[in-house]
Every structure is written in C-alpha cells, then in structure tokens.
Design a protein around this ligand. Structure first.
Ligand code: IPE
Ligand code: IPE
Ligand code: MG
Length: 245
C-alpha cells in the first residue's frame, strides 16, 4: 500500500464500534468482542507512529453506554482497569502519551487513580498521543464549556462580545489539540453517536463495514489511503494548499 508521506492526517479520531456484533456472529458473548477489540489498539498506535499520525482519539465508552446492562458495564470497567495495569508499560515502550477526554470523574475511583498514574507515567513521551474518550458526550462537553465561560463572564473575566469560536474551543476537553482531519467509524453505522460534534466540523469521514475486532493495521491504512483521495475544500471552491505541519 503506497501512501503519500506529505499528506498524512495529523489527528485521526476513531469510533470503535461493532464489538458485540463481531462476537454474536461467532456465537460468543458480547464481552468477548470487547476483549478482542482492546487487542487492536496497539496495532493502530504502531501504524499511526509508523506513518506519522500524531494524535489518535479513541471513542472507548460514551456517557450513553452507562445505560447498558450492568454486567456489560462492569465488564468494560474491569477491562479498562486491567488495560491500565498491563499496558502502560507497552505505551511507554512505544513512546505513546496516554491522555483522556470525557467525564473521568464518573469512573470508579480506583480507575481514576490508575488513569492519573498512566498520564503521569507517559507524559514525557514524544511519540503518538493516544487520547481515550471515557464517559464522553460531546453535547455535555459543549454544555460544560458554556457553563465555564458563563462563570468567567459573571466574574467579569470575559465580556460576552469577546467570546469567540476560539474561546469555546479552548474550553473543550480537546483544548490545545488540532481538530481531527479524519474520523473513522467501524461496523458500518452512518452516525456520529455524540462524538466530537464541534471538532469534526471539517473532518473527512470514513466508515468501514469491518467490526472493530477486525480493524487491523491494514484496515487503518486503507482509511488513510481513502483520506488521501479526498479534496478538502473547507468551504472554498478548490482544495486549499495543505497546511504544512
Ligand atoms: C463498541 O462496540 C464498544 C462500546 C461501545 C463500548 P459495541 O458494544 O457497541 O458493539 P455493537 O455495536 O453492539 O456490535
Ligand atoms: C459509540 O458506539 C460509542 C463507542 C464506540 C464507545 P455505540 O454502539 O454506543 O453507538 P450507537 O448506540 O450505535 O449509536
Ligand atoms: Mg455499537
């Protein structure tokens, strides 16, 4: 597979969907799909590092996912806990920075501590930034940004007429990060499911029929190849010259 090294997306966001259906098709319990799904993460981080993608944002657990059957939620929390115990060493070995977005305070306290530890232990790395969305809701993220800006306005720290798009952007969980250039969703669903609504205004969308547990390095690279065929116009009449990173 040949890729144009001058046109690699800087930030790729991934909606990791289809674990349950993957398992069901094999006569396995849904949770087995989640287990196999976790194993795909490392390949994707490697592939990203190899081709020069700087940031990956993985939709791991939505705010809405809390409403799933208790046994599945518990399993997912245990899986996250085990991931944090076992995989942080690998992240370090691969020079990956571990980061999160979403309402981390909703997670069990023991996991919050492990997340803080993983962030601290990987903060000095200089490779791919792996951003995990846990208990994430884009509408809530925007709502909370509004609340924070309103608080500052009340205190007189900012005037309403000085609130710009940049102000809002800087109050999102992704503050300081460039918007995703590419959003990938696995399992064929044509929807966004409350993910990064603000940030994907001009992202290219790529939906593959593959379920997440089948989303290998090869499939990821196919998505990048497809991205490279797109003409990004940003509302103009022809493709703007690519911003050099
Ligand atoms: C994605 O797979 C993982 C999470 C949302 C946690 P699903 O569990 O949504 O799998 P499907 O969509 O039911 O197949
Ligand atoms: C989106 O998948 C959330 C994650 C991948 C974590 P869902 O399976 O929860 O989304 P819907 O229900 O199909 O929209
Ligand atoms: Mg799903």
């Amino acid at each position: 597979m040949t890729l144009d090294p001058t046109n690699i997306p800087k930030h790729v966001a991934l909606i990791m969907d289809g674990n349950g259906r993957w398992a069901k098709e094999r006569g396995l319990p849904r949770i087995r799909g989640h287990e196999v799904g976790v194993e795909r993460l490392e390949d994707i981080m490697h592939a990203a590092g190899d081709i020069g993608v700087k940031i990956l944002t993985f939709y791991a657990f939505s705010k809405e996912n809390w409403k799933r059957p208790e046994a599945e939620v518990t399993f997912l929390m245990n899986l996250l806990s085990a991931y944090l115990d076992k995989k942080v060493a690998d992240l370090n070995k691969n020079n990956v920075v571990f980061n999160t977005i979403g309402r981390i305070e909703d997670l069990p306290e023991m996991i919050q501590k492990k997340i803080a530890k993983a962030k601290k232990e990987t903060a000095q790395n200089t490779g791919v930034i792996a951003n995990y969305a846990f208990s994430y809701s884009s509408r809530l993220e925007i709502t909370r940004a509004c609340q924070e800006i309103a608080r500052k306005a009340l205190k007189g720290e900012i005037k309403p007429e000085d609130i710009t798009e940049e102000t809002v952007q800087n109050h999102l969980d992704t503050a300081g990060m460039p918007d995703p250039d590419l959003l990938i969703r696995t399992s064929g669903e044509l929807r966004i499911s409350n993910f990064l609504l603000w940030q994907i205004s001009y992202s290219e969308l790529y939906v593959t029929e593959k379920y997440w547990p089948d989303f290998t390095r090869e499939e990821f690279l196919k998505g990048i190849q497809e991205y490279q065929k797109r003409e990004r116009r940003f509302g103009l009449t022809e493709a703007v010259e690519r911003r050099k990173s």
